[in-house]
Ligand binder design. Structure first.
Ligand code: ATP
Ligand code: MG
Length: 357
């Protein structure tokens, strides 16, 4: 029997509700499968921990996470703690320290879910967006001078390294090659930004030569928003910088029906460190404690975690169960226009797993 150790960090708000649901579903899946086991250890880090201790996680937090096979993460962010504290103090600290440079965001219209686009069904919208997750516009470089004075200047410098761009490009081409359509769209803004974005274009062409089986094209990020909404069928795998992919993946989540569905994986592809799996939504304090959070994004990201752990068959079984449940409008939570609870959706997914052959 194979064993996998998973660190669970529910975090804040609905993070606790969806991660609890995710652990139940994963344990049901392991029981149904019978050939692997999952051991979860839970860490109570987040905004409440910050209010009690002045830090989002203890000083040895990263060292404690390092031996795990994966990290299952809920959400962080609280109304009374500054966003940069919650984000940098936990989530980004993990991403940066464990060199999770590839952020992977699948987007599909699931059965039974009508996105906002007319005449677009599950066969027409099936993308994976790869976000560069370690440098670029969010490198934190820059500064301010003459604070508060009329001549004040602020700079926000994006950092693009040959090594950083090459590794994310290779990752994206390899991912594109593994998908049926074998097509990659490289997004930049190289007409207006003539240093870092031109480097992206050049490295894309170099890496493309290593992947002759993959067709590829280039898109400027502004035109990309139109292509996503007007010609979704023409896209498959997409790679973009930290900032561009951040924006495009929110658009993608909206086009696929709800923020509550969308999953993401923060991968350290070389497996020197654990990778982290989370729904893309935040802590959603407006609905916390009501039992109506949509757990589908947290279940979908669990399929990615299972893939990463080498349990692809179990991941596929879970995806089939998710799709059976989304196909039934009676099992839609309020964010999808329904009246179902987190509990009802979780029970239905577990029943679908147990009934799956
Ligand atoms: P963050 O800054 O952490 O991204 P945010 O406020 O931008 O947080 P969310 O916390 O994700 O974003 O919430 C945005 C909106 O989407 C809220 O109205 C919230 O209730 C809704 N929402 C987010 N996730 C879910 C979910 N899983 N189920 C139902 N509604 C959700
Ligand atoms: Mg947000």
């Amino acid at each position: 029997m194979r064993h996998h150790r998973i660190a669970a960090i529910p975090g804040d708000g609905i993070g606790g509700e969806v991660i609890a649901a995710g652990i139940e579903v994963l344990q049901a899946l392991a029981a149904r499968d019978g050939s692997f086991g999952l051991a979860f250890e839970s860490f109570d880090w987040g905004s409440d921990y910050y209010k009690a201790h002045g830090v989002m996680m203890p000083a040895d937090g990263l060292a404690r996470l390092k031996p795990f096979d994966a990290i299952y993460f809920g959400a962080v962010g609280a109304p009374d703690v500054p966003d940069h504290v919650t984000l940098w103090g936990l989530r980004l600290a993990i991403c940066q320290s464990f060199d999770q440079y590839a952020n992977v965001r699948p987007t599909r219209l699931l059965p039974g879910i009508a996105g906002p686009l007319r005449d677009v069904g599950p066969a027409d919208l099936d993308w994976v967006i790869v976000r560069e997750n370690s440098e670029g516009e969010y490198a934190g470089q820059g500064g301010r001078s003459h604070r508060g004075l009329p001549e004040e200047v602020a700079t926000e410098v994006a950092i693009f390294t040959r090594a950083g761009v090459t590794r994310i490009m290779r990752f994206a081409f390899a991912l594109a090659r593994s998908r049926p359509r074998r097509h990659l769209t490289v997004v930049t803004k190289s007409n207006a930004q003539r240093h870092g974005m031109v480097l992206w274009d050049e490295i894309a062409a170099e890496v493309a030569a290593e992947f002759p089986e993959v067709t590829w094209d280039k898109m400027l990020v502004d035109a990309m928003t139109m292509r996503m909404t007007l010609k979704p069928r023409t896209l498959d795998t997409v790679v973009a910088t930290n900032l561009h992919a951040d924006i495009l993946s929110d658009l993608a989540a909206a086009l696929a029906g709800s923020l509550g569905i969308a999953p993401t994986a923060n991968l350290n592809p070389e497996r020197r460190f654990p990778s982290m799996f989370e729904p893309i939504h935040g802590s959603a304090f407006d609905i916390t404690g009501q039992g109506i959070a949509n757990p589908i994004g947290t279940f979908w990201t669990a399929t990615m975690m299972l893939d990463h752990l080498g349990e692809a068959a179990a991941g596929q079984r879970l995806m089939r169960a998710i799709e059976r449940v989304t196909a039934d409008p009676a099992l839609h939570t309020p964010d999808l226009g329904g009246r179902a609870t987190t509990r009802a959706v979780t029970d239905a997914v577990i029943a679908a797993i147990q009934g799956d052959n």
